[in-house]
Structure formats: structure tokens, C-alpha cells
Design a protein around this ligand. Structure first.
Ligand SMILES: [Zn+2]
Length: 220
């Protein structure tokens, strides 16, 4: 099994797809946000530093992210491959990662881009409403998951609301940052011939099927 780097804009379903693949192939799902959470929980010097930076609203530095990922992928459960979610986020991280992999005589594996265009991604995020009473989640733009009555939970009748960070300007900002940082990473892996693109605006089952096909073909 080769490792898989999943790259995707906000709302492409990266976390969900990572979890499904992780179970199917019995390889760990390594998300940088989860690594940061466990680093903070460890409560050591590095953890406290990360916590402080995040509380100040700062991005955690590339060097810290890189070292967390490197330590994680050297653990035994990663010897058969793993899924990277949220890493490498920019070209600096990608190059450090490649160097580390080569130095340790490992295989770079495959890089899968779960592609979705801005308008579709926006609808997925801005259309999302949830029920604070029972936790049900809906999307007002989706014919399958929109509530029967606007603004009211189908299951319990409570009022639906949008998440505070699901605002249009915050979305646009996140999407712009993603495009700017990710473009060089994609070009980098395209040149190496290990980048595969999948249209992530399709149904989840179709997306999964295509990822599986790529893994099957490239898993030599
Ligand atoms: Zn409800």
C-alpha cells in the first residue's frame, strides 16, 4: 500500500473521504488538525507554544507542522501507508516532506486532488444549516438534504441556524488562501507524475469509487 496525500478545497469532503479510505485499507488517517490537538493535549513545551500561537490567532509555523507529521509517519502503524489530510499545505511543506521521504527510503505514493469549483463549494458551505436541539444537519441548496419547511428541523421542529464561521467573506478568504497556497503544490506533484484529479462535486460514492480505482492501478 502506498501513502495517499489528499488535497482539497474547503467543503470537498476531505475528512469524510479520508475516514472511509482509512477504514477500507486499514491505514491511519493523519490530519494536521488532529496532530495539533494531540500536541496541545500532551502539554509539553511544544504543545504549550502551539496553544499560545493558536489562541493568538496565528498560524502554526511550517517547521512545527512538518516535524509533527514526520514524527507521526515514522510510527509503526504507518509502515503500510497512511492518508495525509491537510498536509502539505504549501510548497515549503511539500519540499520538506519529499526530502524526508527520500532520506528514509520511502515512497512518495500518490497525491489525489478532490476538486470542486468555488460556486459549488460555496453552496455546500453556505447552504449548511443545523439544529441546535438535535444536531441534525441540512443543506438548503441540496434537494436531498434540505429541510421540508424552511428554517425548521424535520426531526424535532426546532429552529435551524447557520454556523458562525459559515459566512461568505470567511469562505471566500479560505478559498483564496487555499488556491494561492495549493497551486504550487499541485504543480510540483504534477511534474513528478503522481498527481491525480477527481471531480469532488459528484456523489460521495462516485468519488470514493474513483479514488479506489487510482489506488488499485497505482499500488504496485
Ligand atoms: Zn432538530
Amino acid at each position: 500500500m502506498k501513502s495517499i496525500i489528499l488535497i482539497a478545497p474547503p467543503s470537498a469532503g476531505k475528512g469524510t473521504i479520508s475516514n472511509i479510505l482509512s477504514e477500507e485499507y486499514s491505514i491511519p488517517h493523519i490530519s494536521t488538525s488532529a496532530l495539533l490537538v494531540s500536541a496541545i493535549e500532551a502539554g509539553d513545551e511544544q504543545g504549550n507554544y502551539i496553544k499560545k500561537q493558536m489562541n493568538l490567532g496565528n498560524l502554526v509555523s511550517d517547521d512545527i507542522i512538518i516535524s509533527l507529521v514526520e514524527n507521526r509517519i515514522m510510527q509503526d502503524d504507518c509502515s503500510n501507508g497512511y492518508i495525509l489530510d491537510g498536509f502539505p499545505r504549501n510548497l515549503k511543506q511539500a519540499k520538506s516532506y519529499d526530502d524526508f521521504i527520500i532520506k528514509n527510503n520511502r515512497n512518495l505514493g500518490i497525491v489525489v486532488l478532490l476538486d470542486i469549483d468555488r460556486e459549488q463549494a460555496k453552496k455546500r458551505i453556505l447552504g449548511r444549516v443545523s439544529c441546535s436541539n438535535c444536531g441534525a444537519v441540512y443543506n438548503i441548496y441540496s434537494k436531498d438534504t434540505r429541510p421540508r419547511i424552511v428554517g425548521i428541523c424535520d426531526k424535532c421542529g426546532s429552529t435551524l441556524s447557520r454556523r458562525e464561521d459559515d459566512k461568505e467573506d470567511i469562505f471566500d478568504n479560505r478559498f483564496d488562501t487555499y488556491l494561492k497556497d495549493t497551486k504550487p503544490v499541485l504543480e510540483h506533484y504534477e511534474k513528478k507524475g503522481i498527481l491525480y484529479k477527481i471531480d469532488s462535486s459528484q456523489e460521495l460514492s462516485k468519488v470514493i469509487e474513483q479514488v479506489e480505482r487510482i489506488i488499485k492501478e497505482k499500488n504496485d
